[in-house]
Write a protein that binds this ligand. Structure first.
Ligand SMILES: O=C(CO)COP(=O)(O)O
Ligand SMILES: [Zn+2]
Length: 203
């Protein structure tokens, strides 16, 4: 008996490979999840490269982040679970160590209420406001309540000195928003020292 349906597993494998092959996360960093129709969550295993996921070796967790089946889940399982609890409409969560977003998460003077300016229309559409959550070591359960509170109002947030967490109605939508976030972080750093005009109204 397979512990999970084949289609979301195939989506996780293909998305992980695409993100990894394009340098959106490196080594064994990052983790992905998809909410299953029965409310359980299919999530990548801990220590895996997103570029080489095995559809038969994905973990299943419940809404509290408890391990139900498959290999040991990502150490951020609690974070994925927190986002799903806060966002009943979320169907997928993407966490990456995307270089430019991580760079922004290390800047000293970032506004914790909104870490990136709305430089482009697509950033406004796909991401919007981006809270910065205070530094915790990867896997630190103390981040759970902070993530759950942030996710109630925001589908994307940035972990200080770590990287982005982005939810969406589908894995494709969450990935799209995570990519927009990374590109805007890159633009933000490229534009450092330049006067910029923001996209649309700034309120
Ligand atoms: O990005 C990571 C931790 O924040 C990767 O950890 P996992 O290998 O446990 O998913
Ligand atoms: Zn991480």
């Amino acid at each position: 008996m397979t512990p999970h349906p084949a289609e979301p597993a195939a989506q996780l494998v293909a998305t992980g490979r695409s993100l990894f092959d394009r340098g959106r996360t490196h080594g064994s960093t990052g983790n992905l999840s998809v909410r299953l129709p029965d409310g359980r969550v299919l999530v990548t295993p801990t220590g895996a490269s997103l570029g080489a996921l095995d559809p038969e070796a994905l973990a299943v967790i419940d809404r509290e982040g408890r391990h139900l089946a498959g290999p040991r889940p990502t150490k951020e399982a609690f974070l994925h679970a927190a986002v799903y609890r806060a966002r009943p409409e979320a169907g997928a969560v993407v966490h990456l160590h995307a270089t430019h977003a991580v760079a922004v998460s290390c800047l000293a003077d970032v506004d914790p209420a909104d870490a990136l300016p709305p430089l482009t229309a697509y950033y406004r559409m796909r991401v919007g406001r981006l809270p910065l959550l205070p530094y915790h070591a990867p896997g630190d359960l103390a981040l759970g309540p902070l993530a759950e509170a942030a996710a109630a109002d925001h589908h994307a947030f940035l972990l200080a000195n770590h990287g982005p967490v982005v939810a969406g109605p589908s894995l494709a939508a969450a990935t799209d928003a995570a990519e927009e976030l990374e590109e805007t972080a890159r633009l933000h750093l490229l534009l450092h020292g330049h006067r910029v005009r923001l996209a649309g109204p700034t309120n």
